[in-house]
Design a protein around this ligand. Structure first.
Ligand SMILES: [Fe+2]
Length: 256
């Protein structure tokens, strides 16, 4: 059985406390970067459009939009949290965008459990967004962990941030969308160069570079699924000798 929004809401307030604690102790690492393979360039991301059914994904645009609008009326979804590793510490870390969890974890929320797929179970929203859930089954995952839709209906930015700073952890995930509305970018904080994602899907280095989203008019949304890629898919992925977290950028800039 899926969790109700009340249960998730309760889960979320304990998460917020944990986040506040980690924010105090860890945010000073925000601008500390570890070495990566010297051939990698940032900003960069690896599109998965060549590996997924983009037409099927695009066909879900109206369906997902309509279902999100219905939930917006109910105002039950909770706010997206950037985590403590924001480039500009003065901007809000709950910028206004909202999240719909398609899976919940049976464990106390930890960012490092995103891919512990055995802890994660479908929520009621996974049934509500059944066509999206069906699509996710076609992605190159052996099993899935956290799955969420992030949306905003007002022109608000998602501040540039890093997801975490553990360079030997490489989360296998896919960020994807059904339309091009969200101005989602990777950022090289040293050069100030932004690279806007111009594909329907991306796997990106969320550790050694910042990412975020500019404000945009109207409803915009994206989906992120974490999990474990299939063995067959993993064989395609070139691995850097250092800094596993840089794998998506290594693939994008060195091996492509
Ligand atoms: Fe992020």
């Amino acid at each position: 059985m899926g969790k109700s929004s009340t249960e998730i809401q309760t889960m979320n307030s304990s998460t917020q406390m944990a986040e506040e604690i980690s924010k105090k102790s860890l945010a000073e690492d925000t601008l500390v970067f570890e070495e990566v393979d010297s051939r990698i360039t940032y900003p960069s991301y690896k599109s998965f459009d060549e590996f997924i059914d983009v037409e099927r994904l695009r066909s879900l645009d109206g369906y997902i939009t309509q279902k999100i609008r219905r939930r917006m009326n109910a105002q039950s979804d909770y706010k997206f949290y950037t985590g403590p590793y924001k480039l500009n510490d003065s901007v809000a870390d709950r910028p206004g965008s909202r999240m719909i969890y398609l899976a919940y974890s049976e464990k106390p929320d930890s960012y490092f459990d995103l891919d512990k797929t055995e802890f994660w179970h479908p929520t009621e929203a996974a049934t509500e967004f059944a066509l999206l859930t069906d699509f996710i089954r076609t992605l190159p995952f052996k099993s899935t962990g956290r799955m969420l839709i992030m949306y905003d209906d007002a022109p608000r930015e998602v501040p540039a941030h890093r997801d975490h700073v553990e360079t030997e952890i490489c989360h296998e995930f896919l960020w994807f969308r059904t339309n091009m509305k969200k101005p989602f970018y990777m950022l090289n904080h040293e050069t100030g160069e932004k690279k806007y994602v111009d594909t329907y899907s991306a796997w990106f280095d969320s550790v050694n570079q910042f990412h975020g989203s500019d404000p945009s008019e109207g409803l915009s949304f994206s989906i992120r699924v974490d999990g474990i890629f299939t063995d067959e898919f993993r064989e395609k992925i070139p691995k850097p000798e250092i800094n596993l977290a840089s794998t998506p950028s290594f693939w994008a800039t060195v091996a492509s």
